[in-house]
Unconditional design. Structure first.
Length: 101
């Protein structure tokens, strides 16, 4: 399962820029990776893990701006097509799920 966080935050004042920067730092601290400047993603091993990270993101939402959270399956993510200019980019492999004995 993959969690995407999309956002458009105001950055007109110093306070708004600080809030937007803190939001990005919280996402990175929670294990998200920046895909594009306002698009972050994170792999979650289970639906319960995705619930926990979604709840965590909701806990540090800024007061202003638009934030969207999207869940997709590993199979859906496997169909993504990324390009840097005209050159296609190879998709990152799905992280391995840990097994505890």
């Amino acid at each position: 399962m993959w969690l995407f966080v999309f956002f458009d935050l105001p950055t007109e004042t110093k306070k708004q820029r600080k809030s937007a920067s803190q939001f990005r730092k919280y996402l990175l601290k929670d294990g998200f990776t920046m895909m594009q400047f306002s698009v972050y993603l994170r792999h979650c091993a289970s639906s319960e893990s995705a619930d926990a990270h979604e709840k965590r993101v909701k806990s540090f939402l800024p007061n202003l701006g638009k934030i969207s959270i999207l869940r997709i399956t590993d199979k859906q993510y496997g169909n993504i097509m990324n390009y840097w200019g005209r050159a296609p980019v190879v998709n990152e492999p799905t992280p391995q799920q840990l097994e505890l004995f």
